[in-house]
Ligand binder design. Structure first.
Ligand code: KIV
Length: 270
């Protein structure tokens, strides 16, 4: 564990907001990146269903299964000592019934090594959230633009621009809080609306494409590292250009093999 740091709990995430500090969150899908992010002091590591796009190469998150999430979560759990590890419930792993949600969320904790789950939905999900919290599963909500609704939206469009839609998103935020969630992701909504929700809620808001006035921020790690460089999003800040660097490294490796430069004497055994 990074020196002097105790494990982050769902309760501690609430306390970070109470202290007026910002919450840092990032996705991971494997042990190596999870370990590096953990060592760098990130508060929350989310095993996002975005794995369907960045790891599996799907065009959206719909095909991701609960077994996929558990597999990647278990890998991340081996790399994480301090951060709160959150498993993202994929499409149709919790919507069919409360019983289905309980079984699958339970598997995320028991088999995946997660300490909490995230699920998309507002008022429609309150009973599910309440039951999960009742049995001891901390829940992170996710409202605004919900990627699992892509087939209803017809794309990943900004949500909450019109007054009626904004009012519904506000009601969703309050409903998720009242149901017992410890935090809530706000995705792709106007910054003013995200700020208003953040002011009204006692639980922390974690924004993605929702502006600076949330209690914390989350990004997909492949975006932040410049690994998924086929995408360029306005709301992403790239801190590395890994895709470019990997292409360059692999080109050089190929050149070195072809020229006979690799392996050298020093890289060989007698
Ligand atoms: O799946 C995911 O990575 C997410 C975050 C971007 C919030 O839901």
């Amino acid at each position: 564990m990074p020196a002097g740091k105790s494990p982050v709990t769902a309760f501690e995430i609430l306390n970070i907001k109470r202290r007026g500090e910002k919450i840092t969150a990032l996705t991971a899908y494997d042990a190596t990146f999870a370990r590096l992010e953990d060592e760098a002091g990130i508060d929350i590591i989310l095993v996002g269903d975005s794995l369907g796009m960045v790891v599996q190469g799907c065009s959206n998150t719909i095909p991701v299964t609960i077994d996929d999430v558990i597999y990647h979560c278990r890998a991340c759990a081996r790399g994480v000592e301090r951060a709160l590890l959150v498993a993202d419930m994929p499409f149709m792993s919790y919507q069919a019934s409360i019983e289905q949600a309980l079984i699958n969320a339970g598997r995320c904790l028991k088999e995946g090594g997660a300490q909490a789950v995230k699920l998309e939905g507002g008022e429609a999900m309150t009973e599910t959230i309440r039951r999960l919290v009742d049995v001891g599963i901390p829940v992170m909500g996710h409202i605004g633009m919900q990627p699992q609704m892509v087939n209803i939206y017809g794309g990943y469009k900004l949500q909450g621009k019109e007054t009626l839609q904004a009012e519904q998103i506000l009601r969703n935020a309050e409903a998720v809080q009242d149901a017992g969630a410890f935090s809530i992701v706000l995705e792709k909504i106007p910054r003013g609306l995200a700020g208003e929700i953040t002011k009204r809620l006692n639980i922390p808001t974690i924004g993605i494409a929702a502006g600076p006035d949330c209690d914390g921020q989350i990004l997909v790690n492949y975006d932040l590292f410049g690994l998924a460089d086929q995408y360029r999003f306005k709301f992403v800040r790239r801190y590395l250009e890994m895709a470019r660097d990997i292409r360059d490294a692999v080109k050089k490796y190929g050149e070195d093999i072809r020229s006979g430069d690799f392996p050298s004497d020093a890289e060989s055994f007698e």
